[in-house]
Design a protein around this ligand. Structure first.
Ligand code: GLN
Length: 280
């Protein structure tokens, strides 16, 4: 009986049709015991990898998530989440969503998790849970290269500022007295608005703005002043999701066995800095 079950599971794993599965079961009578142990092991492996984790991301936030030249999802977050899936024995299926649709999707339970350069904030913690911090970031001000007027947050009063909707950058801009704020669906669109000269500044995550400038994706911009905030990104999950522990265990394992450092090196070209265990 055990052998028949393992043959069945193995064939499911190979994507064979139902009729072939039946044929294989029929043949198991003659070619049985010699293979018994091995096939049972295979069945165990198959059973461990059947869990699927649907993970939302907004893929216009390089170097964290973007579509590469082959049209595939790529980036630090994508590599990290894929490795978390491998470590935890879960199949990760990515789903692209607008950034401001991610938390509603988690609340509705249409996705199991989200990795999208998402800052762990007190406000978001009211509606979703987060993994432990997996990277440190912060907000920066970008202006046109020839702008000699704006050197920091105080200089943004009464100015035109572009931000990405639903982000910590948008929250920060909303606090600036007299600022005229325009919102965009993605960070690259906000930066392009600045490059086009339609606004005075963009408030956005520093690593993403710096990457846009360094990669030449956007021309004629510079970052000014100090980082406005220190923020930690986390993987968001529905409140009380049992996956929080699974994901945290996988991140810890990868921080200890060098997998995390390898992915960090690949995208940022240096050793990862120490991270706190929790954002607050
Ligand atoms: N880190 C910012 C936030 O969480 C921006 C994230 C993003 O645009 N993907 O609001």
């Amino acid at each position: 009986m055990i052998i028949k079950r393992s043959v069945f599971l193995r064939n499911i794993a190979l994507g064979m049709s139902a009729s072939l599965v039946l044929a294989a079961c029929g043949g198991a009578d003659t070619a049985d015991t010699a293979e018994g142990e091995a096939t049972t092991d295979e069945a165990a492996t198959t059973e461990e990898t059947v869990g699927v984790l649907k993970v939302a991301t907004e893929p216009a936030f390089p170097p964290f998530e973007f579509q590469n030249d082959d049209g595939e999802l790529d980036g630090f977050d994508i590599d990290l989440m894929t490795a978390i899936g491998e470590t935890a024995g879960l199949e990760v299926q990515f789903e692209s969503l607008p950034f401001d649709g991610i938390i509603p999707a988690l609340q509705a339970g249409t996705v199991d998790a989200a990795i999208s350069g998402m800052t762990i904030t007190e406000e978001r913690l009211q509606t979703v849970d987060f993994s432990r911090p997996y990277i440190k970031a912060g907000l920066a001000i970008a202006v046109q290269t020839d702008n000699a007027e704006v050197a920091g947050l105080d200089d943004l009063e009464d100015k035109k500022i572009a931000v990405q909707i639903g982000t910590t950058g948008a929250d920060q801009a909303a606090e600036i007295p007299g600022a005229e704020i325009s919102t965009f669906d993605s960070a690259p669109l906000a930066l392009q608005e600045l490059a086009n000269g339609n606004v005075d500044a963009v408030i956005n995550d520093a690593p993403v703005t710096l990457d846009a400038i360094a990669s030449g994706n956007i021309d004629g911009l510079k970052v000014v002043g100090e980082l406005l905030t220190t923020e930690f990104y986390g993987i968001a999950m529905p409140k009380d999701s049992e996956n929080v522990e699974v994901v945290n265990d996988a991140i810890m394992t990868m921080m200890e066995d060098g997998t995390y450092a390898e992915i960090y090196q690949k995208w940022f070209g240096e050793e990862p800095p120490e991270l706190p265990e929790s954002a607050f």
